[in-house]
Design a protein around this ligand. Structure first.
Ligand SMILES: Nc1ncnc2c1ncn2[C@@H]1O[C@H](COP(=O)(O)OP(=O)(O)O)[C@@H](O)[C@H]1O
Ligand SMILES: [Mg+2]
Length: 584
């Protein structure tokens, strides 16, 4: 027997698609506020949205009839005709959000239009209007959504930790606040104002949400074609990270995900960033509405462009052009023509000439008994890679500097060319891994605690996982005025204090993803981030002694042949090969 579902039940089903978690409510209400033409939008949440989500705006407001009608399914003021679907300039258009929200929570709406003297208050729960009152209220709308999923215990149980839900909410807030830097946004968490974002330009808006540091790392992209306009900012290659974080695509102001376009963008960074790393990006596409289909997914984070292929290429070349303009591209070094096949140049231009302050006799890891032998075992030398260096003591040979990036020295079987930066990465990487694997991470108090520039989401990670962070030897504390200070670092890092920012950042970004024992993974990530940052900081010209020290330290490594990210560190030009080249 067929039955028509009661309205309430079909609303619940739709709600499953639209309202997955408190963050979905924040997103829908904020989008409605933007659509209503508000200049100022305030979001306030309690208990990560479980208890209360309130969004108020000074937009157009609603009449008494509309205020009630707004909660009906498929009630929307934004679309009348099929043709309208093609010309959509607003976030909403399905008329599903409010109906869905009202089916899984207790909603109060207070609203007034500019032309009305009094406003309306509508109370609704389980899709039933409980009361409609005439009230005094400012122009605009205030939606208060209480006790989300109170009527679906399974759903409520399914919610993640407070901190995780909070980060989701922040993510939705951030996306909308970034698309509309021209609007004033407020964000309040448990009564504490977290953001007050007056109208600004895009770069400033990004900075004030995601941190001043990030803003400095961005370069502009901009291209204008008949198919699409692309504008925004992309991160510098050296600031790419292994953990996803600030990757934003917007199509006509709407956030979307696109592995396809991401590929186009990443392709432009080829050889500039390490395998598996992601740069930050904030890329805005603008195209005629009729060329974009946003209607393919209820949660609406997928967008389809009519001219996908062309846009792929346009995006790729826009990014490439911007990276080139900002001198991140390798320059062509004619010196290398006809040279032996040396490892692919990652970059020859933006890396400052290396200076090495290396003491060849200093090796902190040779202190007997100080290390965890168990853990060391995974770093046993790969037999073959080091084999060629056992044939003689390489340090005694002269070392030549070749260009700014390489040094060369001879061994019995030929000439060996070493990539200085990668060699440093390898040396530092092994040094860091060893110190991080030490039995007890001895924490050393720092004399001048460094203030960490954390985003709101990162702060919540620190609050949630400070004990875990401590296990890695980092002591991060919240000061009385809400600043986050790094007060202790692993003993072995005392010489690296300038880079603690990067360190803490890496740690904080890795932690939320990890499940179970992530010790080894965290150690590797920290070590590889630090070593690539550290290697780039070594600048200046190598003295002869320094160059020899570098060679020595490299071949004291357990895996000298490859950089931590898998690139070759050196290349051997054998006597036979030289002979081959010389023969006619
Ligand atoms: N903040 C608001 N200010 C004015 N009108 C609003 C607001 N929020 C919702 N509405 C009205 O309620 C209708 C239904 O909203 P919603 O369920 O989100 O559907 P949609 O946004 O898809 O139209 C909207 O079309 C709009 O007319
Ligand atoms: Mg809507």
């Amino acid at each position: 027997m067929l039955k028509i579902l009661p309205g309430h039940v079909s609303n619940l089903i739709a709600a499953g698609e639209v309202v997955q978690r408190p963050a979905s409510v924040v997103k829908e209400l904020m989008e409605n506020a933007v659509d209503a033409g508000a200049a100022e939008i305030s979001v306030s949440i309690k208990d990560s949205g479980r208890t209360l989500i309130q969004v108020s705006d000074n937009g157009c407001g609603m009449s008494r009839e509309d205020a009630v009608l707004a909660f009906e399914r498929h009630a929307t003021s934004k679309i009348n005709e099929i043709e309208d679907l093609e010309q959509l300039g607003t976030f909403g258009f399905r008329g599903e959000a409010l109906a869905s929200i009202a089916s899984v929570s207790e909603v109060t709406l207070r609203t007034r239009r500019a032309e009305d003297e009094t406003g309306t208050e509508v109370k609704i729960s389980e899709s039933k209007v409980n009361s409609v009152n005439q009230i005094a209220t400012p122009q605009g709308s205030i939606f208060s959504v209480r006790n989300i999923f109170y009527n679906i215990p399974a759903r409520r149980k399914f919610l993640k930790s407070d901190a995780a839900e909070y980060r989701q909410i922040l993510a939705e807030f951030t996306r909308i606040a970034i698309t509309r830097p021209d609007l004033h946004f407020h964000f309040t968490n448990n009564g504490v104002e977290v953001y007050n974002l007056p109208p600004a330009n895009l770069r400033l808006r990004i900075q004030s949400i995601l941190g001043r540091e990030l803003g400095k790392e961005l370069v502009e992209i901009s291209v204008d074609t008949t198919i699409v306009k692309i504008k925004g900012y992309i991160g510098k290659p050296e600031d790419a990270r292994k953990t996803p974080g600030n990757q934003y695509f917007f199509a006509n102001g709407r956030f979307f995900r696109s592995p396809y376009f991401q590929k186009a963008l990443l392709k432009a960074y080829d050889n500039l960033i390490q395998e598996g790393h992601l740069p930050s990006f904030f890329v805005f596409f603008e195209a005629e509405q009729s060329r974009i289909d946003v209607n393919i997914h209820p949660a609406k984070t997928e967008v389809k462009f009519e001219d996908d292929y062309a846009i792929f290429d346009i995006l790729h070349s826009a990014v490439r052009e911007s990276l080139g303009r900002n001198s991140f591209m390798p320059s062509i070094d004619f010196d290398q023509e006809g040279a032996p096949e040396i490892p692919k140049v990652k970059s020859g231009y933006w890396v400052p000439p290396p200076k090495i302050d290396y003491d060849p006799l200093f090796n902190p890891f040779f202190e007997e008994g100080k290390f965890n032998r168990e853990a060391d075992r995974s770093w046993e030398p790969i037999k073959d890679s080091g084999a060629i260096f056992q044939e003689e003591h390489i340090v005694q040979k002269p070392v030549l500097q070749v260009g700014s990036r390489y040094i060369a020295t001879t061994i019995k079987s030929g000439l060996i060319i070493i990539d200085i930066i990668r060699a440093w990465e390898r040396i530092l990487f092994e040094r860091y891994i060893k110190s991080l694997t030490m039995e007890s991470a001895d924490i050393q108090k720092v004399l001048f605690p460094a203030q960490l520039n954390l985003s709101e989401a990162q702060k919540s990670v620190v609050d949630e996982k400070s004990a875990r962070i401590l296990q890695f030897g980092f002591d991060i504390r919240r000061s009385e005025n809400g600043e986050y200070l790094l007060t202790g670092i692993p003993d072995s890092f005392s010489g690296e204090i300038e880079r603690v920012d990067k360190l803490a950042d890496t740690l904080i970004n890795i932690l939320p993803e990890g499940r179970g024992d992530i010790g080894a993974e965290v150690r590797e990530r920290i070590a590889s981030t630090l070593s690539s940052a550290g290697a780039r900081q070594k600048s200046g010209t190598l003295s002869h002694l320094e160059a020899r020290g570098l060679v020595d330290a490299l071949f004291a490594c357990t895996e000298p042949a490859n950089s931590p990210s898998g690139y070759p560190v050196f290349s051997l030009l054998s006597v036979e090969e030289i002979e081959g080249r010389m023969s006619v």
